[in-house]
Design a protein around this ligand. Structure first.
Ligand SMILES: Cc1cc2nc3c(=O)[nH]c(=O)nc-3n(C[C@H](O)[C@H](O)[C@H](O)COP(=O)(O)OP(=O)(O)OC[C@H]3O[C@@H](n4cnc5c(N)ncnc54)[C@H](O)[C@@H]3O)c2cc1C
Length: 437
């Protein structure tokens, strides 16, 4: 099925794009840019019609094909079917109390970045941050200091394309640490095959767990619920500063009081309701291509004043060395936990994986182009699902195909409103906007 896609615009039209930005970074002619479409997500768009049709953009695309990494001999066998290769499960937080507090769950991602900068001679951390001009726009940044890392703490539940920043690495002499969503780490690994020099520069790939990217419309709805006009926003944090942390909006007017929304109100009632379609077909929401992946320990009850903890999965030998050394050197405070903490924390992600075989079956029967997955044990997962879930996975998908018109290709709107450009940027930087130097 992946062979059906010859050009990246076909990937977008058939709703297989996840907006990771890998295609933008490998286009030899720099002829692609990411544009954030407010109801769809961040998507690659041709800069000019002068395309050489080399196919690199499609070869690097994790949206249309994914093959699970080969299993490490020491992986935990009880986790492999639902979560891929996991060598160790830890729980804990950044030893630096400010990083822990500002982090989404326990600041472990940022602590690994700081460890890389201070002890492993990495030149910087490629990650998502906020545009200095537009507080609602996420952009890939290259953080070189603790202060820059701190500015990127916290999850941003809106379109973000970390791989579009990979081009910035051409100016970097030395190694870097990559932080991204699972699809972005998958895009990075595919980019390594086309650009081996990027592989040797990648000191470590860290993934956050991800239930799906919300569109920017969701952010606007969240602001509406807070009764804040997007023009008035000076800074926006979706969460962090305590676990799980409320939404925090700073406005341009210091005396303007805004309402508040808890994480459960913002994510549960608004942001998760407006996701990208391709995320419904995500098979590896916990970052199976990463060396280390981090998420929330939702098995714990949320308590007032909690500073936060993360679940940390070691997925490769390199990841194991980094995590163990970061603990020894005092950057991370982690404890080994029972592997069952993972399924107990991420029930929704496990259920989605159990439904995936049925969802893909329905799409295939309807003859709609869809991604190819190998090595993710989708049929085994489906067999573990209850009869109700099995039926729902197929019937629910048929219903969506019919009512959401998935049988027809989707066309991107020709132009965006000028207000949207003011809030979310005219285009997503493809190496042009680097703060690498
Ligand atoms: C869209 C989304 C969905 C998520 N879904 C789940 C889930 O279902 N279950 C779960 O347990 N956890 C989920 N998370 C991850 C969780 O919110 C935390 O990011 C994770 O626990 C790591 O926390 P931390 O304190 O170690 O990270 P921090 O130290 O706060 O670092 C966060 C890192 O994430 C990067 N980042 C933030 N937003 C994005 C983005 N949109 N795209 C790429 N990188 C980004 C930042 O640049 C930073 O490097 C999700 C995160 C996002 C952004």
């Amino acid at each position: 099925m992946a062979g059906l896609f010859k050009r990246v615009d076909q990937v977008v039209q058939w709703r297989c794009c996840m907006g990771c930005g890998a295609c933008v970074s490998v286009c030899p002619d720099r002829n692609l840019k990411m544009v954030n479409f407010i109801d769809i997500g961040s998507r690659p768009v041709l800069v000019s019609n002068d395309c050489q049709h080399c196919g690199d953009c499609v070869r690097v695309c994790p949206g249309i094909e994914m093959t699970a990494p080969e299993a490490h001999p020491n992986h935990l066998p009880e986790l492999v079917c639902g979560w891929g290769q996991v060598l160790e499960v830890w729980e804990g937080y950044a030893a630096d109390p400010q990083i822990r507090y500002m982090g989404s769950s326990g600041g472990t991602v940022t602590a690994l970045g700081l460890y890389g900068l201070k002890e492993k001679q990495v030149q910087g951390v490629m990650q998502i941050g906020v545009s200095p001009e537009r507080p609602l726009e996420n952009i890939p940044v290259f953080s070189r200091t603790r202060e820059q890392l701190l500015r990127c703490t916290g999850s941003r539940y809106a379109p973000a394309s970390t791989c579009a920043g990979l081009l910035q690495l051409e100016q970097v002499d030395g190694q870097f640490l990559f932080v991204g969503k699972p699809c972005e780490v998958a895009g990075l690994r595919k980019a390594h095959l086309l650009r081996p020099e990027w592989e040797s520069k990648t000191a470590l790939a860290v993934s956050i767990f991800c239930a799906g990217t919300s569109t920017s419309r969701a952010t606007l709805e969240m602001l509406k619920a807070l009764q804040v006009n997007p023009d008035e926003v000076a800074a926006l944090r979706y969460r962090g500063c305590g676990w799980p942390g409320d939404v925090k909006v700073e406005t341009r007017y210091p005396n303007l009081q805004t309402d508040s929304l808890s994480y459960f109100q913002s994510w549960g009632d608004i942001l998760s309701k407006r996701g990208q379609l391709r995320c419904r077909f995500c098979v590896e929401s916990t970052g199976e291509f990463a060396d280390v992946s981090c998420g929330d320990p939702w098995y714990r009850p949320v308590e007032e004043g909690d500073s936060g903890r993360s679940l940390v999965l070691v997925r490769t030998e390199k990841g194991r060395q980094w995590v163990h050394q970061a603990i020894e050197k005092g950057y991370l405070e982690l404890q080994r936990v029972d592997p069952s903490c993972l399924p107990r924390s991420q029930t929704a992600l496990l259920q989605r994986r159990q439904e995936m075989f049925g969802r893909i079956l329905a799409v295939r029967i309807a003859k709609i182009p869809c991604p190819e997955f190998r090595g993710f044990h989708l049929f085994r997962n489906w067999l573990h699902a209850s009869l109700r879930v099995k039926i729902k996975s197929i019937a629910g998908t048929f219903k969506r195909i019919l009512f959401r018109d998935w049988r027809r290709p989707m066309l991107l709107p020709k132009q965006r409103e000028s207000k949207e450009i003011e809030w979310f940027g005219a285009e997503y930087p493809s190496g042009k906007e680097g703060n690498c130097t």
